[in-house]
Ligand binder design. Structure first.
Ligand code: AMP
Length: 341
């Protein structure tokens, strides 16, 4: 792609799902034209909310590879999000020819649980223990399944016997046995600029998960009356959180540590939006159980900006808009290669 200095000559494109409304709206707010690539039947929100100047309908998300010449002609820049990465696959993403916002090389590290743990652990963050064999279970554990089913079927087990009983219906699935941390989940949204090397806190959220978020609404007696209630963690939406201010120094340091470590594991490291998925215990320990090396859907409540972005920008600044702003600054400074891969 020949470098063009006027950002209006570029288009911001993404797959119509996850946080695309926010990404495309943010791009509009920064003066870009936008493209939504939608699977047939999924295009309505992007039409209705008028965030897409062009909607390209595909039968399958993988058809994005057939659109490459069209996207290149449009000077499109692709913005990844979780659905984008899941539907296309991180290995395939590496082969995309269309300019891509963010560092493709980091995706492998967030997609592989072992690499992810190594990254977080070496950054000095506390991670829940993993039990590689059921017989080693010596405390409450959460058993998580891989794949598109999300948090469906996850269960909590107290010991090996309990685990063996509860795993029976899931024999063929791949799973991980993780120490169960009792505390509150907190999802921390960061943005790291590869242009200024500055880390920003964009906001926080917690998830609204079915059915685990409704179990507390019925008494233990009634739960027992339901005979067998297994919690599931199927995500329905996200809710904003403002954290106790005295936590902020630690939370900022955690983000910095992750970015610094990322530069040791892949050239250029992690940049753009990312999220640490944590549990805070009553002892004020912060356990990180996952990292998302791209925008998370938990930023969606903040299309108008969060309290934190308001402090910094004094104008509505969502994570989606922050991405577009970064791309615009990079174009104007002739540094587009610093934000793409
Ligand atoms: P995940 O599929 O890893 O995002 O986890 C789904 C949900 O399970 C999270 O939103 C948390 O509420 C919960 N969870 C995940 N890992 C743990 C853990 N180690 N201890 C307690 N709860 C967890």
């Amino acid at each position: 792609m020949a470098l063009l200095k006027n950002h209006k000559k570029y288009k911001i494109a993404t797959i119509g799902s996850h946080s695309a409304l926010q990404i495309l709206k943010g791009a509009h707010d920064e003066g870009f034209s936008t493209i939504a690539i939608c699977k047939k039947g999924m295009e309505k929100p992007y039409k209705s909310f008028k965030v897409a100047d062009k909607i390209i309908i595909v039968d399958e998300y993988k058809d994005i590879f057939k659109l490459q010449n069209e996207l290149l002609k449009e000077n499109a820049i692709l913005i990844p999000h979780a659905s984008f990465i899941t539907y296309i696959g991180y290995e395939k993403i590496e082969t995309l020819k269309v300019p891509y916002y963010g560092n493709k090389k980091i995706l492998k590290w967030e997609s592989d649980r072992n690499l992810e743990r190594m990254w977080l652990g070496n950054a000095g963050l506390k991670v829940p223990l993993i039990f590689d064999e059921p017989k080693k279970i010596d405390r409450p554990v959460i058993v998580k399944f891989h794949g598109a089913q999300g948090g469906k079927g996850y269960f909590i087990a107290k010991h090996e016997k309990d685990f063996r009983e509860k795993i029976k219906p899931h024999k063929t699935k791949k799973y991980v046995i993780q120490e169960y941390i009792l505390g509150v989940p907190l999802f921390i949204h960061y943005f790291y600029s590869s242009l200024t090397n500055e880390l920003e806190i964009m906001g926080f959220d917690k998830r609204y998960e079915s059915n685990v978020d409704s179990l507390g609404r019925i008494s233990a007696r009634d739960q027992l009356a339901l005979e067998k209630v297994d919690p599931s963690y199927v995500i329905v939406g996200n809710m904003p959180i403002v954290v106790r201010e005295s936590y902020l120094p630690r939370l900022i340091e955690m983000g910095e540590a992750v970015v610094n470590q990322s530069k040791k594991i892949v050239p250029r490291g992690l940049f753009g939006p990312f999220c640490l998925e944590t549990i805070l215990t009553p002892e004020e320990e912060i356990y990180v159980f996952e990292i998302s090396a791209r925008i998370v859907a938990g930023t969606n409540p903040y299309i108008e900006g969060s309290p934190y972005t308001w402090l910094k920008y004094n104008e509505p600044m969502s994570s989606g808009r922050r991405i577009a702003r970064e791309i615009k600054i990079a174009i104007n400074k002739n540094q587009l290669s610093k934000v793409l891969s």
